[in-house]
Design a protein around this ligand. Sequence first.
Ligand SMILES: [Zn+2]
Length: 114
Amino acid sequence: MHEAAVAQDLLEVICKEARKQEARPVAARISCGQLNAINDEVLCFAFEAIARGTACEGMTLQVEHKSMQARCSRCKDVFDLNLAEARCPSCGVDDFELLPDAPLVLEEIEFDKE
Ligand SMILES: [Zn+2]
């Protein structure tokens, strides 16, 4: 239950921020990598369940999945890895190194300022 733990962390961070801003959070945008990928539906469901009765009740979560990045061994170009065609877009070699996967990041919280 990776998503449940993530939902719990998000809830804590967003509630704390909401208290600081004295505003009601309405939406949040998070991003994550491919290896560490999150099931959006499971995450939203878990979040909705634990947010009930808190300042975050009813807010929506949007998850952006970032592509894996790789660095070409020949020209050192860094590119988004396309698994269907795994080669360097600049020089065409298929010799590259995978870069660390993007971590889970809370990008933005949208507040209702009224
Ligand atoms: Zn290259």
